[in-house]
Ligand binder design. Structure first.
Ligand code: LLP
Length: 423
């Protein structure tokens, strides 16, 4: 459930007409509903109530500090993958002891910052990373709390670009090798073994791949115990999918129930790293139609709706051919049968589209459109390509809104750049 609904044929975010916000902020912009964000976090987190657990929001999905702060206030932690995300999480008030650090390419400087901050866990993804972390911890005269990201080699049944738990993916360490790494880590004075982790992919619409991965992890933890290695944390990663179109992902409570049933009695804390399921449907992108045109001359006439948001603002359709529902801000009239159009952006690439061959109500220049389900991997994947300032981010609470990130200016575009002094 989310708070983007039509009232009197007009799209609202909570109690505010989206058009009114657009009038004040300009387009394009990302619009989040605070009530939806809070609700999604709460529902996910409460699914695991009764079990020692920590919900570490995957910062990469939506990293605005106002949003991270919302989760921090609800007891949430952060799953980070860079020094930049560590900085954001800390600025947003997420305590370091609720922060875990994933990712295959941590630099020594990033490790140092995370160790100095006192994070809860490093999810280590290779033997060389372990060696480097050990060295950095030694230099700082501290110990690094570690879990290995084990690759359980299961099929998440999702898009190949966002599957991560296969043996062929770059992520994690295969089970056999991981056992050797745990044994090696045990002898390292600067390393403290705290957990086991995995993440098998994103936008999963079925529960069984999670359970298969969990079974393999439980089995692995048993093998660790036989080596005299015990853990405090089991990190199951993120990946629960959402409805973009007609997908029927599991309700977070069904997911939680299945995980808890499979876990049974355990004496460690469960860590979860949800991203998309929390913010995906809590945000939309609002854009204005600039032009419509019909290109004739091919076998069929081709209708284009050209909007003021491009692949630099929301790259998911271009990159993954992802489906995002597009709604008109003013609800279509019953007699409007609509037309099949390509909704495209202003970027100079044929791959710059929000939707292809999509049936939309007839739209005109100046109409506002909402690109739905843009709250995860939307703004965070945006860029300045074609020297386009990044869009504003806006949060609604009830009948009020606040700009939580200003639209970039042209000055922002060249910040840090300079002419050659040698000339
Ligand atoms: N934990 C780890 C280690 C991850 O790599 C990810 C996502 C998550 C948690 C959060 O997964 P989620 O709950 O959001 O599925 N840009 C792509 C998605 C890439 C996901 C990368 N890793 C997209 O727009 O679909």
């Amino acid at each position: 459930m989310n708070h983007f609904t039509y009232k009197n044929n007009e799209l609202y975010c909570e109690d505010l007409p989206v058009a009114e916000i657009a009038r004040q902020v300009g387009t394009p912009f990302f619009l989040y509903s605070e009530a939806t964000l809070s609700r999604h976090f709460r529902i996910f987190d409460q699914g695991f109530a009764g079990l020692p657990h920590l919900t570490c929001f995957a910062v990469k999905a939506c990293s605005n500090i106002a949003i991270l702060n919302l989760f921090a206030r609800q007891g949430g932690g952060a799953d980070i993958v860079s020094g930049g995300e560590l900085f954001r999480a800390r600025t947003a008030g997420i305590p370091p002891d609720r922060t875990i650090y994933s990712g295959v390419g941590k630099t020594a400087a990033e490790m140092r910052a995370a160790l100095q901050a006192g994070i809860l866990l490093f999810n280590v993804e290779s033997a060389q990373e372990l060696d480097r972390l050990h060295q950095v911890a030694g230099e700082l005269k501290t110990t690094a709390p570690v879990a290995f990201r084990v690759n359980p080699d299961v099929d998440p049944l999702t898009h190949p670009y966002i599957s991560t738990g296969f043996a062929k993916n770059k992520f994690g360490i295969p089970v056999e090798e991981a056992l050797q790494e745990y044994i090696r880590a045990k002898s390292m004075p600067g390393i403290e073994i705290r957990g086991v982790s995995c993440h098998i992919g994103s936008q999963l619409t079925r529960i069984d791949p999670f359970i298969e991965a969990l079974r393999k992890l439980k089995d692995f933890i048993g093998r660790l115990e036989r080596e005299g290695i015990t853990i405090d944390y089991l990190d199951l990663g993120g990946g629960v999918g959402i409805t973009y179109d007609e997908e029927l992902p599991p309700h977070p409570h069904d997911y939680a129930r299945a995980v808890m049933d499979e876990l049974g009695d355990m004496n460690y804390t469960l860590i979860l790293e949800p991203g998309r399921v929390i913010t995906g449907n809590a945000g939309i992108m609002v854009t204005e139609v600039q032009y419509t045109k019909v290109n004739t001359g091919g076998q069929e006439d081709k209708r284009f709706v050209i909007i003021d948001a491009g692949m630099n603002d929301l790259i998911r359709p271009s990159l993954y051919e992802a489906y995002h529902e597009i709604k008109t801000i003013v609800k279509k009239e019953d007699h409007d049968k609509g037309e099949i159009v390509d909704v495209v952006g202003p970027i100079c690439e044929s791959g710059d589209f929000m939707a292809r061959e999509r049936l939309l109500p007839r739209v005109r220049q100046g109409d506002l459109l909402a690109v739905m389900s843009a709250g995860a991997y939307g703004f965070t994947m945006s860029s300045n390509y074609n020297s386009r300032p990044r869009a504003a981010e806006v949060m609604v609470r009830g009948d009020r809104f606040e700009i939580i990130r200003s639209r970039e200016s042209y000055e922002d575009l060249i910040r840090g750049e300079s002419l050659m002094e040698l000339d």
